[in-house]
Design a protein around this ligand. Structure first.
Ligand code: 6GU
Length: 239
């Protein structure tokens, strides 16, 4: 998959391009990342990417022309059919379902804004979708864009090893994850649950599912309600 990120801070892309699971995906060439800096597409002497808002008020607004040119360059990299996604708190809330559908597309262009945002006419003429990662305000769209890159990249074929398969993850089944334990067997006076040492794989499966259901019920009852609307609980889940 090819992802272009339009940003005034191209260095921020190294967080996903160099490290961890996403870094490996880049090195294995399953993921191609490219930062495009709108400052490189300015035509004035001061290379200005922002200007004062019409109507007055605090802060600055990103000018449409350098962004349009940068998005065009991003599309050249990610593919002419690649959707342009603008990260903004005004967008639709990003979730695992959206991550899954984006993982099916061969490319995307992520637009990370700074300052008070970007000129609305650029959004209307060049953006396909506005996406938020939650109800709080960040200083720029970059961290949100990196969240989208990470969540999508780990769903690409071959990016996660067989061991940490994405199917088992929290939200993959619409539930929170079960608790995990490693050595030592006793830590701070607490034993690892005996069933995990039993070697009884069916019993371990049942225990993990029960834990996942219990935690979801306690912490995120909204997820259980959504799950019941989507499908009947399986016989195993009802136990
Ligand atoms: Cl996508 N951008 C910014 N600047 N702040 C956010 C956000 C995005 N999502 C939540 N807060």
């Amino acid at each position: 998959m090819r992802i272009a990120m339009v940003t005034l801070f191209p260095e921020m892309l190294s967080m996903v391009s160099d490290l961890g699971v996403t870094g490996r995906a880049v090195r294995d060439d399953r993921l191609q990342l490219r930062a495009v800096n709108p400052r490189d597409y300015t035509t004035d002497r001061h290379r200005s990417v922002d200007d004062r808002p019409y109507g007055g008020g605090p802060g600055m607004v990103m000018r449409p022309e350098p962004l349009a040119a940068a998005l065009e360059a991003g599309r050249e990299f990610a593919g002419e059919a690649a959707p342009v996604i603008y990260l903004s708190p005004q967008g639709r809330k990003f979730d695992h379902e959206r991550a899954k559908s984006l993982a099916e597309t061969p490319g995307m262009v992520l637009l990370a804004g700074r300052y008070e945002g970007v000129d609305e006419r650029l959004v209307r003429s060049a953006v396909d979708e506005e996406v938020s990662i939650g109800d709080y305000v960040l200083s720029g769209g970059e961290l949100a864009a990196l969240v989208v890159v990470d969540a999508v990249a780990r769903l690409l074929p071959g990016v996660l090893g067989h061991e940490d398969s994405a199917e088992e993850d929290s939200f993959a089944q619409g539930l929170l994850d079960c608790p995990h334990f490693t050595r030592p067997e006793q830590y701070k006076g607490e034993d690892v649950p005996a069933v995990l040492l039993s070697g009884d794989h069916a019993a371990i499966r049942r225990w993990r599912l029960k834990q996942a259901l219990g935690r979801t019920w306690e912490r995120r009852p909204d997820l259980l309600e959504a799950l019941e609307k989507r499908r009947e609980l399986t016989a195993e889940e009802q136990l």
